[in-house]
Design a protein around this ligand. Structure first.
Ligand SMILES: [Zn+2]
Length: 309
């Protein structure tokens, strides 16, 4: 066999080698699927919940158990967000790689410090997450920390992909930094804007933006809005200055609509997570979309600092 033939043989051999099996990932929520896809585009990802579902409460369906059983890695929120269904799912799937403490189980909230940790929890406080507010996925500051930790974890599980993952991690971080600068600029006139919310779904982003979300339709975190609590909200003087009621697509719209009928406040229903629709199909796009929507309600333009015009 001459050299040319030999090389051809090697190339053919390479081409015929079975492609490395794609990394199989179980994502508890669409935001984590988005981050995994950004780092490992050819990963085979099964996402357990969608924007129209309340991630606190889903059913451990057989299809989810099967997906968990064949996964190499599960990426979830943690901090009790999935306490109602994930432990049962993990136990029924009995995948020995995806167990508490194993590298195959990644919790986003374990990679960052959480807002509002509670030392003490009892039923009277509602369905609170004792480790702190788990809804970290819309936080411009915390998500990059999660991406770094996720990249490390993916490399631990798939060392062959290490160069690609590091490159994509870097690209993601640069893009996020650019977006963050845009959000900061765009959000300058949202600072101090009072709004009413239902649950802490958008809490980290609103806090980062300086939006005042002190009015909550939930009497206690995780407890559905009650008639008594809604009447209390209605008589709250701070409601007078509120610009809108912000709820997530998975939430019951009736309490917000009722409040709107009483006060004339507009109701804004936004996806709490990444969707399949253009405009909200990645975490960065979703944050841009939320900021744009909030700006619709803030008619005052930002003061022109240092303008001599
Ligand atoms: Zn929650």
């Amino acid at each position: 066999m001459d050299f040319k033939q030999h090389i051809t043989g090697v190339i053919l051999g390479l081409a015929m080698m079975p492609a490395q099996a794609a990394l199989n990932v179980f994502a508890c929520e669409p935001e984590w699927a988005d981050l995994v896809r950004a780092l490992v585009p050819n990963a085979d990802i099964h996402t357990a919940t969608a924007a129209r579902q309340d991630p606190h409460y889903i059913e451990a369906r057989p299809s989810l158990i099967a997906a968990m059983r064949r996964a190499d890695l599960a990426v979830c929120t943690g901090a009790s967000l999935e306490a109602g269904w994930l432990p049962a799912l993990i136990s029924r799937a009995s995948n020995r790689d995806i167990q508490p403490g194993k590298p195959g189980l990644f919790f986003a909230t374990e990679q960052v410090t959480l807002h509002q940790p509670h030392d003490h929890v009892d039923r009277s406080m509602g369905d609170v997450h004792p480790e702190g507010d788990p809804h970290v996925h819309l936080d411009p500051q915390r998500v990059p920390e999660i991406v770094d930790a996720l990249a490390d974890r993916l490399i631990e599980l798939a060392p062959d992909h290490s160069n690609m993952i590091r490159l994509r991690q870097l690209q993601w971080q640069v893009r996020w930094k650019l977006s963050t600068a845009q959000w900061q600029e765009a959000a300058a006139n949202l600072k101090g804007m009072p709004i009413a919310v239902q649950h802490a779904t958008f809490g980290y982003l609103l806090r980062w933006l300086g939006v005042d979300a002190a009015i909550d339709l939930e009497p206690k975190p995780g407890l559905p809005p009650s008639a008594a609590h809604l009447r209390k909200v209605l008589s709250d003087p701070s409601l007078q200055t509120a610009k809108l009621v912000l709820i997530a697509t998975y939430q019951d719209e009736r309490p917000a609509r009722w409040l709107s009928e009483q006060t004339g406040l507009p109701v804004e229903v936004l996806p709490g997570t990444v969707t399949d629709e253009a405009g909200t199909d990645s975490l960065a796009n979703l944050i841009s979309h939320i900021i744009e929507r909030l700006q619709q309600y803030q008619e005052e333009s930002p003061p022109e600092v240092g303008s001599h015009g």
